[in-house]
Write a new protein. Sequence first.
Length: 94
Amino acid sequence: MDQPDTKTIKLRKSVQIKGDSVVYDSLDLREPTVDELDRCLKAGDSAYATNAALISFVSGVPLAAIRNLGKRDYEEAADYLQGFRLDGPTTGEA
């Protein structure tokens, strides 16, 4: 595993939660904790749900905003975080 400690992803299209004025235009990612990895596996039944939860836990961006990410931004974030996982869901549907 040769992952950088952190990664900032500038979003191709900024996201926000409906009705909220906060706009997210980047994701600041870091190595996840064991607790975050464990919690993300309990967050849903699909790889999309578990990866979205992990992206939210690690970046601090609310899950509702992460669920509005474009596919390319989602995949870039999920691919970075996948490098820290021993096994489990990969990007996309399992």
